[in-house]
Design a protein around this ligand. Structure first.
Ligand code: NAD
Ligand code: HSO
Ligand code: ZN
Length: 429
């Protein structure tokens, strides 16, 4: 963990280094991913067998390529009652939130008598990446599948790694709850490539969504254009802005909630009180050994963690915008002034009683969010990521008469006579 102070003359350079650090996509990750994508494109299922054996340590031919929907229904039926209620509450809240994202079509006649508009249609097939290397992510399954269902996508194909051949029952139960029937036991960059290019067994999709580690995120980035993607949702991040009125233990737990995802995750605290910063740092050290995920959390905190002390919390706003974190927690007495001022964050958590983990599971908004400072230009997964907009235009003879001469003039000016002629011929009638 590094400590920075805005009062330090070297602050600007040290903060630039923090913002510019390439945590998640080192050159070797890009190179390795490019090689994996090429293998899957050229060798198809044979590459999936080999790479799954190497990275997930099981044999697809022996253990099965797909998860049987009957196993998913059995997992849902066999779920502990409290866990089932929790899963259903999450599903209901995520569904209610995303149903309000359905876009409206436009169809109108403008002042010159021209019919103009746009209509939204779902993609035919979507690929859902559900991570599963270090932890199982039934919550990510819901976050991926619910907006796809709301959008009305015809085919949902899910890929997820099953390390050592072991499937997680809660992932299966979540699949049954949202009715996903096509689940492939492949993950990593090779799973993403299979969805993009298609293989002998797996038909290609039109769009791939979902979060994952550095290899998954880089695979989606490299495959954009072959398929659509939601955005680059890589190793988790949290930026907590906290005043000294917080319990340091609460804030330490919030920082660790994202550090425990991945060694390349990043947790940052910004506070206006150096003493409070010390107390949080001590609480982080005290809590790490209590976690089953201690090794990952420790590595993430040591390598990528940061504590920044500012003279007053409003001075943090430009820093928050530069960091453009996936998650921004405003753990202050009144979050409204900061909330109004901040421009770049994937998702914002307001006040001392909104730990980010609520958003991970069942707040309602999507937890698949842009990482690596990409909240400057990208947004969290939504219903729109599964849809595309087609514009349309209709001219009556009168509307064409009104617009045509200007179109002919512009076509002449561009030196494209066939364009002009296609209009002029109709005007002559
Ligand atoms: N940004 C978001 O919205 C969001 C949401 C949830 C989870 N996450 C992130 O998802 C990630 C989940 O990671 P995970 O590892 O548990 O599961 P994962 O499914 O993302 O990755 C596991 C796969 O990574 C591949 N892999 C591992 N080491 C490799 C190597 N050396 N070379 C090539 N491929 C390799 C393997 O194929 C393996 O199957 C975490 O980083 C977490 O922070 C992000
Ligand atoms: N924090 C993750 C998004 O970065 C989502 C998640 C799922 N489960 C727990 N957390
Ligand atoms: Zn999380």
């Amino acid at each position: 963990m590094i400590r920075l102070s805005l009062a330090d003359p070297a602050f600007a350079a040290r903060f630039d280094a923090l913002v510019g650090a390439r945590r998640e996509s080192a050159d070797d990750v890009s190179r390795d991913v490019a090689a994996i994508l090429a293998r899957v494109r050229d060798e198809g299922d044979a590459a999936l067998i080999d790479l799954t054996g190497r990275f997930d340590r099981h044999d697809l031919d022996a253990g099965g390529w797909r998860i049987d929907p009957a196993d998913c229904r059995a997992a849902l039926d066999g779920l502990d009652r409290e866990l089932r209620r929790a899963l259903e509450l999450a599903h209901a809240r995520i569904t209610a939130y995303h149903e309000k994202q359905r876009p409206a079509d436009r169809d109108e006649v403008d002042a010159m008598g021209v019919r103009i508009g746009a209509r939204w249609r779902p993609v035919d097939a979507a690929g859902l990446y559900v991570p599963g290397g270090r932890a199982a992510y039934p919550s990510s399954l819901l976050m991926n599948a619910v907006p796809a269902r709301v959008a009305g996508v015809g085919r949902l194909a899910m890929v997820t790694p099953t390390p050592d051949g072991v499937v997680n029952p809660l992932v299966l139960a979540a699949a049954a709850l949202v009715g996903i029937e096509e689940i492939w036991r492949v993950g990593g960059a090779q799973g993403v490539a299979a969805l993009a290019y298609g293989t002998g067994r797996i038909a290609p999709v039109d769009v791939i969504v979902g979060p994952g580690n550095a290899w998954v995120a880089e695979a989606k980035r490299q495959l954009y254009g072959v398929v659509g993607i939601d955005m680059v949702a890589g190793p988790s991040e949290i930026l907590v802005v906290a005043d000294s009125g917080n319990d340091p233990d609460w804030i330490a737990a919030d920082l660790l909630s994202q550090a425990e995802h991945d060694p390349t995750s990043q947790s940052i605290l910004i506070t206006d009180d150096a003493g409070f910063a010390d107390r949080v740092a001590a609480a982080v050290d005290a809590q790490i050994p209590l976690l089953a995920t201690a090794a990952t959390a420790r590595e993430s905190w040591d390598r990528n963690g940061a504590i920044i002390v500012v003279p007053d919390l409003m001075a943090a706003v430009p820093l928050i915008d530069r960091l453009a974190a996936e998650h921004l927690e405003l753990a202050v007495a009144d979050p409204e002034p900061l909330f109004a001022a901040v421009r770049h964050a994937g998702s914002i958590f307001l006040g001392r009683h909104t730990p980010e983990a609520i958003g991970d599971y069942l707040g309602g908004p999507n937890h698949v969010l842009p990482t690596g400072r990409r909240a400057r230009f990208a947004s969290g997964l939504s219903v729109l990521d599964f849809m595309k907009r087609t514009s349309f235009l209709g001219c009556s003879p009168g509307a064409l008469a009104a617009l045509g001469p200007a179109a002919v003039a512009l076509a002449d000016a561009e030196g494209l006579p066939a364009h002009g002629r296609s209009v002029a011929l109709r005007l002559d009638r």
